[in-house]
Design a protein around this ligand. Structure first.
Ligand SMILES: *[C@@H]1O[C@H](CO)[C@@H](O)[C@H](O)[C@H]1NC(C)=O
Ligand SMILES: *[C@@H]1O[C@H](CO)[C@@H](O)[C@H](O)[C@H]1NC(C)=O
Ligand SMILES: *[C@@H]1O[C@H](CO)[C@@H](O)[C@H](O)[C@H]1NC(C)=O
Ligand SMILES: *[C@@H]1O[C@H](CO)[C@@H](O)[C@H](O)[C@H]1NC(C)=O
Ligand SMILES: *[C@@H]1O[C@H](CO)[C@@H](O)[C@H](O)[C@H]1NC(C)=O
Ligand SMILES: *[C@@H]1O[C@H](CO)[C@@H](O)[C@H](O)[C@H]1NC(C)=O
Ligand SMILES: *[C@@H]1O[C@H](CO)[C@@H](O)[C@H](O)[C@H]1NC(C)=O
Ligand SMILES: *[C@@H]1O[C@H](CO)[C@@H](O)[C@H](O)[C@H]1NC(C)=O
Ligand SMILES: *[C@@H]1O[C@H](CO)[C@@H](O)[C@H](O)[C@H]1NC(C)=O
Length: 433
């Protein structure tokens, strides 16, 4: 139970960071009075404030706490839970939470027990039939096909051949500028599974994730093993993470990833009541557990990266793709990303986020069109400009009716026209070739 041992470390790091954020918060009010009318519907592009944290490449500067005047409710204890505590604490008696909770028909909830942790922090599997696996409990069996009706199977791999599904958990990390700059420069999109507490602490980091065209998804409020939480706690962990992402970026995710992969049919069912479907993975780099903050020699993680990279050229993924579990969590994991992405993009035909590889054009509640797999194979300069999130290039591409199919930042006006436009784009491209 390596995973849960590290959870403790992660939680400790987070608490330390939250504490330093709190102590520095009063000193960090140099943000000028920016617009208080940030979009509440899906934005095309949100202007980032010019504070050093959003542009510096020095982790110490990036991680200086700030307050975001655009988002006053982040500092209102009635609107959001405290960061890094179970999201129901202090919120579960509010009218807002009660309304969300009571809108769910609990008589239909699966009758599956709340799991317990051993004193070591590992899950207690005693008494659970891991072979029969009645509850499709991933931690016990890596089950990803629910055994109760009406719940979609977890997404675990990009279906297209030679495709690396790029996913990063635990962001937005305060020190992600060098990493996000690299992704932006190489026009790479990833699915970013954001922790609600990190969005609270680093809201501009989340704004940048959306602006850069990444696929934003939920990674819960406080990053705990979800099968150990009560239904009420689950609702709060899901609801407030969706709410803080919506409040800061303008979009409400429809996908989530369970911390540590710890999901069973009860947790999946509660997620679905909040319109969240689960995305897991089929290759794990264990990057989060690398030294110095973790316990594994870096060579172990490097070996896993190398073998998944080799699989891109030796036929393993000739007929399907993967989804790889990697982390935004700290400098160590983001440095692995910068070291290996050149090799990954050389070894795989396609490297992309999960919404793109699954053709999920609407990964959010709002009308906001995300790119489809097609966009990766019809690349040209116009398309690339749009894919980089360049608003003026997108506007001109829209005006000429070409290129918008790949634009993950295209707004409501192009909603539902993606497939038609992409057909048109293919036609234009093939005429020109
Ligand atoms: C709210 O959550 C706390 C634990 O965080 C729990 O003790 C309490 O019973 C909950 N209140 C209600 C009304 O469910
Ligand atoms: C683990 O679960 C079993 C079955 O519920 C229980 O009997 C046992 O006491 C638990 N172990 C610990 C250490 O809590
Ligand atoms: C889930 O989606 C349905 C259909 O769009 C909507 O009616 C419902 O309000 C949503 N539920 C929640 C909790 O957001
Ligand atoms: C491809 O590489 C992987 C990782 O090194 C290895 O496990 C697998 O056996 C290789 N497959 C083939 C067909 O060589
Ligand atoms: C973000 O990364 C920095 C290292 O660059 C690390 O010190 C910090 O703890 C991380 N924050 C969180 C919340 O994990
Ligand atoms: C890691 O930290 C160093 C400075 O300590 C910084 O120069 C480097 O850009 C960071 N790497 C990433 C990927 O953020
Ligand atoms: C995505 O769309 C492309 C083009 O229409 C198609 O070839 C591919 O099979 C689709 N993939 C999925 C997962 O639906
Ligand atoms: C991409 O499309 C544009 C306009 O449709 C065209 O002018 C350009 O030549 C194309 N580029 C490539 C590399 O096909
Ligand atoms: C955005 O696209 C426009 C139009 O193609 C171009 O003139 C401009 O230089 C681009 N800006 C950036 C930052 O790439």
């Amino acid at each position: 139970m390596l995973k849960l041992a590290a959870l403790v470390a992660v939680t400790a790091a987070s608490a330390a960071s939250a504490a330093s954020a709190a102590s520095a918060a009063s000193a960090a009010t140099s943000v000028s009075s920016a617009s208080s009318t940030w979009p509440t519907t899906a934005p095309n592009s949100i202007e980032m404030p010019s504070i050093t944290q959003t542009t510096s490449l020095d982790p110490n500067v990036e991680c200086q706490a700030y307050t975001a005047p655009e988002f006053p409710l982040l500092y209102d204890s009635k609107s959001f839970p405290q960061p890094w505590v179970t999201a129901s604490v202090g919120t579960n008696t509010s009218a807002e939470f009660q309304a969300v909770y009571n809108a769910i028909d609990w008589s239909k909830a699966p009758n599956i027990p709340v799991r317990k942790l051993l004193s070591s922090g590992a899950l207690n599997f005693t008494g659970y039939d891991q072979d029969e696996d009645p509850d499709c409990w991933w931690s016990a069996s890596t089950c990803d096909k629910p055994k109760i009706p009406g719940i979609p199977a977890d997404i675990t791999a990009c279906p297209e051949p030679e495709t690396w599904g790029l996913t990063y958990d635990d962001g937005p990390n305060c020190s992600h500028n060098a990493f996000y700059d690299y992704l932006q420069e190489k026009k790479l999109k990833a699915t970013m599974f954001y922790i609600g507490s990190n969005v609270m602490d680093w809201p501009y980091g989340a704004v940048r994730g959306l602006n850069d065209g990444h696929h934003i998804a939920v990674h819960t409020w406080s990053h705990q093993p979800m099968t150990t939480l009560t239904n009420e706690e689950l609702v709060a962990e899901f609801y407030y993470t969706k709410k803080v992402i919506k409040y800061t970026t303008g979009v409400t995710p429809l996908y989530w990833r369970p911390p540590l992969g710890d999901v069973d049919d009860r947790v999946r069912w509660v997620g679905m009541q909040l319109n969240l479907s689960a995305i897991l993975w089929n290759e794990d780099t264990i990057d989060w557990n690398a030294q110095p903050s973790g316990s594994l020699p870096q060579s172990v993680v490097e070996g896993l990266y190398e073998s998944y990279i080799e699989m891109g050229t030796n036929g393993t993924f000739a007929h399907s793709g993967n989804i790889v579990l990697t982390h935004e969590i700290d400098n160590t994991t983001m440095s692995f990303a910068l070291d290996y992405l050149p090799k990954i993009t050389a070894a795989y035909k396609h490297v992309t986020d999960v919404a793109t590889c699954m053709n999920i054009t609407h990964p959010y509640v709002e009308n906001y069109v995300h790119s489809t797999f097609d966009s990766l194979t019809t690349t040209n300069t116009t398309v690339n400009a749009a894919a980089s999130g360049n608003a003026s290039a997108i506007a001109s591409a829209s005006a000429t009716g070409s290129g918008t199919s790949s634009s993950s930042t295209s707004g409501a006006s192009t909603t539902y026209t993606t497939s038609l436009l992409s057909v048109a784009l293919v036609a234009v491209v093939s005429m020109l070739i």
